[in-house]
Design a protein around this ligand. Structure first.
Ligand SMILES: NC(=O)C1=CN([C@@H]2O[C@H](COP(=O)(O)OP(=O)(O)OC[C@H]3O[C@@H](n4cnc5c(N)ncnc54)[C@H](O)[C@@H]3O)[C@@H](O)[C@H]2O)C=CC1
Ligand SMILES: O=C([O-])CC(=O)C(=O)O
Length: 312
């Protein structure tokens, strides 16, 4: 039997890749192909089969297969890239650049060969530079190569705000811009609880502490896990982006987008507010920034450029 469903391939069947595959299937967004290197083929097949067997219990219809053969990814609507190494305690995301750039180059070739029309959603760190690498190596148009950081960083910010105010996370909105590093820019001025500006609800020193905790949010989890980095919230973030594209939702979502003059930056992938829909990044939204906010964004963009300087 075959179904005419959307197809999402997830490259890398580790913590983030496997969790993403499962969440995509649970939401019945697409059939999922989970891909890893040949040495990982059996565990990848095993994970996929195990997930598939949860279908009758949870009542979801989606096929999930594990493979190391990129032929199986043919004509994917979206390719999610999580392949590569993750950091360990004491490391920065930028320490991963050389190893993961090589992996991105090989993955890019496979995407171009098997899914030339796919949207590419990138998670691998350092994610701003890795998204840039996939953009260059695939030669795909910029609206089809998109990085994930802002959904996750904003989710962390909203989690901490909801805890602070003892309110539902559903009523908290925020916006975290910039590179996915310690210089990221949580935009407090554009953040609300039930439509009420946060600055009127939370004292400045507490808000500053929430901003700082958000910036270091990935590191906080790395230190607790001890042998890897976050994966539940990152996977949920990838799935939100895939859903926006697959269902043409035209959601306002911060994503890592290629900038050609927006916010005054040229030739760089950076986290900015975008409209995400059936054409991938449909539009980059340019917010008005205060002098201090722009300075903070400049610093974050500079940090991304430094990592890009290490690309070969
Ligand atoms: N942008 C973001 O917000 C986040 C980024 N990350 C990043 O995502 C990446 C993956 O993290 P995890 O899943 O936790 O790591 P993991 O180590 O659990 O999984 C990575 C998988 O990639 C596979 N892999 C390596 N080379 C490959 C290749 N050439 N083709 C296919 N698969 C390949 C490995 O065999 C492994 O199974 C890391 O770089 C991590 O830093 C993680 C969380 C959030
Ligand atoms: O911190 C890491 O290395 C993984 C990541 O990007 C995050 O969780 O934000």
């Amino acid at each position: 039997m075959s179904f005419n469903r959307k197809k999402v391939s997830v490259i890398g069947s580790g913590f983030t890749g496997a969790t993403t595959a499962f969440m995509l299937a649970q939401k019945e967004l697409a059939d999922v192909v989970l891909v890893d290197i040949p040495q990982m083929e059996n565990p990848t097949k095993g994970k996929a089969l195990d997930m598939l067997e949860a279908g009758p219990v949870q009542g979801f219809d989606a096929n999930i297969t594990g493979t190391s053969n990129y032929e199986d990814t043919k004509d994917s609507d979206i390719v999610v890239v999580t392949a590569g190494i993750a950091r360990k305690p004491g490391m920065s995301r930028d320490d991963l650049v050389q190893t993961n750039q090589k992996i991105m180059k090989s993955v890019a070739q496979e995407i171009v060969k098997h899914s030339p029309n796919a949207y590419v959603v990138v998670l691998t760190n350092p994610v701003d530079a890795m998204t840039y690498t996939l953009f260059k190596e695939t030669g795909f148009p910029k609206h089809r190569v998109i990085g994930q950081s802002g959904v996750l960083d904003t989710a962390r910010f909203c989690t901490f705000v909801a805890q602070e105010l003892n309110l539902s996370v559903k009523d908290i909105t925020g916006f975290v811009l910039g590179g996915h590093g310690d210089e990221m820019v949580p935009l407090v001025r554009y953040s609300y609880a039930g439509g009420i500006p946060l600055e009127t609800l939370i004292p400045k020193d507490r808000l500053d502490a929430i901003v700082e905790r958000t910036r270091k949010g990935g590191g906080e989890i790395v230190a607790l896990l001890g042998n890897g980095s976050a994966y539940y919230a990152p996977a949920a973030s990838l799935v939100q982006m895939c859903e926006a594209i697959l269902k043409d939702q035209r959601r306002v979502i911060p994503t890592i987008a290629y900038l050609e003059g927006e916010y005054g930056y040229e030739g760089i992938y950076l986290g900015v507010p975008t409209i995400l829909g059936a054409n991938g990044i449909e539009k980059i939204i340019e917010l008005e920034l205060t002098e201090d906010e722009k300075k903070a964004l400049d610093k974050s963009a500079e940090a991304v450029r430094n990592v890009m300087g290490a690309l070969v």
